[in-house]
Design a protein around this ligand. Structure first.
Ligand SMILES: CCCCCCCCCCCCCC(=O)SCCNC(=O)CCNC(=O)[C@H](O)C(C)(C)COP(=O)(O)OP(=O)(O)OC[C@H]1O[C@@H](n2cnc3c(N)ncnc32)[C@H](O)[C@@H]1OP(=O)(O)O
Ligand SMILES: CCCCCCCC/C=C\CCCCCCCC(=O)OC[C@@H](O)COP(=O)(O)O
Length: 284
């Protein structure tokens, strides 16, 4: 079925007009509406970004354009993002960023601190997410096929070369998937192999638990506060592949400690334990 091109604009305007009715909706309806708008809005922004990015072709500098286009999302959703530790980013050298992955809302914190010439490693499926996939491709996002470990590893090895020859940084979610249940999943080792192969530092970034304002399980999405901490870089000079397991465990452990520390009541955000608005009270 062909849709008249203007129909998309009309649909979007209707969606915007419907926004005030959100006030009267049940929390779960609000949740669905806010998530649908989040994805729809990103798809729409990507449509705007594509022609601008296409001028340069596939280029990591295009990531700046996506970042600028997404920075307002936190205001739209009433999320206060508090960043600390950006001075820890090494000034002018390649490195590997690793951060925890709770939800697609991570884009908010990510865009807040994303350094120059830094591209995320993403699952291949994102490439097929319509305009967002194309915008990601134009911005140099690296896609891996998680179902084919061998292929994913060879892409990561190529990335180790690119880091050095083209002076880029990469952002990896070492949990390998979104993790809604608080705490952190055991880290996969690809990011650490990559850093050791290129002999570049690892910069860990921790985003606090979203449970005060967002819980997928409870269909709850309100406004709130998120802390983003950039931790001191971990050097990998002189390390070999044999050191990777200890390196991954060490970085994972220090990130988990910070995650628990900045996720308000130190329980790490497990399973949206807290009733919204009732400080420190567990819902077990
Ligand atoms: C306006 C529009 C805007 C649009 C939005 C823009 C922003 C977009 C943001 C998008 C954000 C999107 C966010 C997303 O999409 S997140 C999802 C995608 N990202 C990832 O999965 C990254 C993390 N994953 C890994 O690092 C995994 O390890 C990989 C994928 C590589 C393999 O995983 P898999 O589960 O298959 O296997 P395994 O981990 O058990 O490893 C098997 C063995 O291989 C060893 N090994 C691993 N790697 C290497 C290596 N390089 N050299 C040598 N060896 C290596 C490893 O040590 C292990 O051996 P051993 O230790 O057991 O002996
Ligand atoms: C015309 C085609 C329409 C396609 C509709 C696609 C809807 C989604 C569109 C836009 C959303 C863009 C948000 C991109 C950033 C979020 C990336 C993300 O969080 O990826 C998930 C990945 O880390 C782990 O995936 P899994 O938890 O393993 O699963």
């Amino acid at each position: 079925m062909e849709l008249w091109p203007g129909a998309w604009t009309v649909l979007l305007l209707l969606l915007l007009l419907l926004l005030p009715t959100l006030w009267f909706c049940a929390p779960s309806a609000k949740y669905f509406f806010k998530m649908a708008f989040y994805n729809g809005w990103i798809l729409f922004l990507a449509v705007l970004a594509i022609p601008v990015c296409a001028v340069r072709g596939r280029n990591v500098e295009n990531m700046k354009i996506l970042r600028l286009m997404l920075l307002h999302l936190k205001y739209l959703y009433g999320i206060r993002v508090e960043v600390r530790g950006t001075h820890h980013f090494p000034a002018s050298q390649p490195y590997v960023v690793v951060s925890n992955h709770q939800s697609s809302l991570d884009l908010l914190g990510m865009m807040e601190v994303l350094p120059g010439r830094c591209v995320p490693i993403a699952k291949r499926e994102l490439l097929w997410a319509g305009s967002a996939g194309l915008a990601c491709w134009l911005a140099g996002v690296i896609f891996i096929d998680r179902k084919r470990t061998g292929d994913a590893i060879s892409v990561m090895s190529e990335v180790a070369q690119t880091l050095l020859t083209q002076d880029v940084r990469v952002w990896v979610f070492p949990e390998g998937t979104r993790n809604h249940n608080g705490s952190m999943l055991p880290f996969k080792r690809g990011a650490f192999h990559l850093a050791v192969q290129a002999q570049v530092p690892i910069v860990p970034i921790v985003m606090s638990s979203y449970r005060d304002f967002y819980c997928k399980k409870e269909r709850r999405f309100t406004s709130g506060r998120c802390q983003v901490r950039v931790l001191p870089p971990v050097p990998t000079e002189g390390l070999t592949p044999d050191d990777v397991p200890a390196l991954a465990d060490g970085v994972g452990h220090s990130m988990l400690t910070v995650f628990q520390d900045i996720s308000s009541d130190s329980r790490g955000g497990g399973d949206c334990l807290k009733t919204p608005g009732v400080a420190g009270e567990a819902r077990l």
